[in-house]
Design a protein around this ligand. Structure first.
Ligand SMILES: [Zn+2]
Ligand SMILES: [Zn+2]
Length: 243
């Protein structure tokens, strides 16, 4: 019986793959080989964000020093963070994940985050991963929250619980790309709230798709810290100019 179920499940998966072929997260081409997550052209060509990077926010460093220009200028609420890709090398992937309905990318991308950022994440000994929430109107329009998809995949591969409901977005801010840094900071004030009063988490990792100025992560971290979370880190898929 068990064997039968296994065969049926495998057949169902194959049928789904035939009807809805998996798309390569980097070029959006069809992934022809079963069991693969990237097309043959893109496999092994991902460009990771390599050192030197900022010891605080993980941004690629272009000059000497331990911190990027932003982190030398201002204090952050979070302790430290890392990103997997530089924005430029993952711009198309991010755009399609966020606005093009390509939810399926999250499985591969979360696995990559787990593989390359897993050491950093485990060292922090997190109680949970917390995705940056979308406002409910935006989530309804988009149908999903890309940060939550990434967090679920990452949590699955690293076996860390994901808390999706503790942080909520109470302000429906304009997309960050339409705002300058000062506007971002002001508009994000009190953008989040804690849904569950009884937060027992001490160490958390915030998960988002992109880190730009850090205002979003900082504001979420401020809300979490006010509720007793003591150590807040973050990981993002990419770091840079932003979409
Ligand atoms: Zn490809
Ligand atoms: Zn920095």
């Amino acid at each position: 019986m068990k064997k039968c179920l296994k065969i049926l499940r495998r057949a169902a998966r194959s049928a789904v793959r035939l009807l809805f072929p998996l798309r390569c997260p980097f070029c959006d081409g069809i992934v022809a080989s079963f069991g693969e997550k990237l097309c043959g052209k893109c496999a092994g060509r991902q460009r990771l964000l390599m050192p030197p990077y900022c010891m605080k926010c993980g941004k690629k460093l272009r000059d000497e020093g331990e911190l990027c220009h932003d982190c030398r200028e201002k204090d952050h609420v979070f302790i430290r963070g890392r990103a997997l890709y530089e924005y430029e090398s993952a711009a198309g992937t991010l755009y399609r994940l966020k606005y093009g309905g390509r939810q399926e990318y999250a499985d591969f991308l979360g696995e990559e985050m787990a593989f390359y950022l897993g050491g950093f994440i485990r060292e922090t000994r997190p109680d949970a991963l917390i995705p940056i929430p979308l406002h409910k109107w935006r989530k309804r329009r988009r149908g999903y929250n890309q940060a939550a998809l990434l967090a679920r995949s990452l949590g699955h591969y690293l076996d860390i619980p994901v808390e999706e409901n503790c942080l909520v977005r109470v302000k429906n801010t304009r997309p960050l790309k339409c705002q300058n840094p000062k506007e971002r900071q002001n508009n994000l004030k009190k953008a989040f709230n804690i849904e569950e009063n009884d937060v027992k988490l001490k160490t958390v990792i915030i998960v988002d798709d992109i880190y730009t100025t850090g205002s979003t992560v900082d504001e979420a971290a401020r809300t979490l810290a006010a509720c007793g979370v003591e150590r807040i880190y973050f990981v993002t898929l990419a770091c840079g100019a932003g979409v």
